[in-house]
Ligand binder design. Structure first.
Ligand SMILES: Nc1ncnc2c1ncn2[C@@H]1O[C@H](COP(=O)(O)OP(=O)(O)OP(=O)(O)O)[C@@H](O)[C@H]1O
Length: 298
């Protein structure tokens, strides 16, 4: 069964690398966007540590800062305060992060194998690798994502779900320290989505890759995550973490079973309570405003 815990504070970041240390460490992270109306606080004290090979799913209300959290991990959103490290270094540096977004972003003029080989070239970072070696690695990744035999196809000749699998294989080809996924399966139908969830679970397990996946789908979060982190309304922080105590790779039985449903119900309840609290606060009159009854009486 899953258990809820208050989030553990990440250890001090940027100290000497050690093999057992988390691949992602975020401590007390705060950030904002500059808008015409002034600074918009988006993250307010986010703490998160992700261990090697661990998958953390992040859920939270729309606009709470989930995508911004992934941007922080890519080094695209600077922090106002707090610390972030990927593989012990500042994000955006040598420690690679792979990304999978909602829409596949494949090169349309290249076939599937060349798209994946592009990731392999990035991984080589200028080192020479033979064409035969790259081809063998690309074909292995295609096998892992269940697309053996489709290497010669152009993206346009594949379904949306197949394109997303190629996208996943390409992101994994760079052998990232951590894979970041932002609503990766929201553009496909339910059955394809469930199939892709199983492919992703198998693939991450086979390669031992750590991942942070942002999703609006609570069942998807529970299916994929070793932990599900729940964010508050903006400015967001992680207010609860649910452990999903079920071995990976996960199967269709778990996807439709009682254990997943029970954990998902608890995550849902937590989100719903937060939503009700936030809306009650918005609806409450300001402390110095006259009480509506008194206003009427005047
Ligand atoms: N470049 C930007 N400039 C100004 N404000 C931004 C920018 N990007 C995002 N925001 C705002 O920051 C807040 C958090 O956005 P973010 O995309 O991180 O939320 P989210 O939790 O991923 O949302 P959703 O679940 O709806 O995708 C939102 O209020 C959004 O309007």
């Amino acid at each position: 069964m899953g258990s809820a815990t208050t989030p553990a504070r990440a250890a001090t970041v940027h100290d000497a690398p050690d093999p057992g240390r988390p691949v992602i460490e975020i401590a007390a992270a705060r950030t904002h966007y500059a808008t015409p109306a002034g600074p918009l606080p988006v993250l307010d004290g986010v703490d998160l540590a992700v261990r090697p090979g661990e998958v953390v799913a992040v859920v939270g209300p729309s606009g709470c800062g989930k995508t911004t959290l992934l941007r922080v991990l890519q080094g695209l959103a600077p922090l106002d305060s707090g610390e972030v490290a990927v593989h012990g270094a500042a994000p955006g540096g040598a420690a690679e992060t792979g990304y999978v977004f909602q829409q596949p972003s494949l090169f349309p003029w290249w076939n599937v194998r060349r798209n994946i080989e592009f990731g392999l070239k990035l991984r080589a970072r200028g080192r020479r690798t033979s064409a035969a070696e790259r081809r063998a690695q690309a074909d292995r990744l295609l096998e892992i994502v269940g697309l053996t035999g489709f290497h010669d196809f152009r993206p346009a000749a594949l379904s949306g779900g197949m394109q997303q699998r190629v996208n996943l294989a390409r992101a994994l080809a760079i052998d990232p320290a951590v894979l970041l996924l932002d609503e990766p399966f929201s553009a496909v139908d339910t059955l394809t989505r469930e199939r892709l969830q199983r492919v992703l679970s198998r693939t991450l397990h086979a390669l031992g890759t750590a991942a942070v996946i942002v999703t609006h789908d609570i069942r998807e979060a529970v299916f994929l995550g070793d932990r599900v982190a729940v964010m508050s309304e903006r400015p967001g922080r992680i207010v609860a973490t649910f452990t999903v105590d079920h071995p990976r790779p996960r199967t269709e039985d778990f996807q439709h079973g009682e254990q997943l449903a029970a954990i998902a119900a608890r995550v849902y309840r937590h989100l719903k309570d937060g939503d009700e609290r936030a809306h009650a606060e918005q609806a409450a009159p300001a402390a110095d405003a006259p009480h509506p009854e008194k206003r009427r009486a005047r």
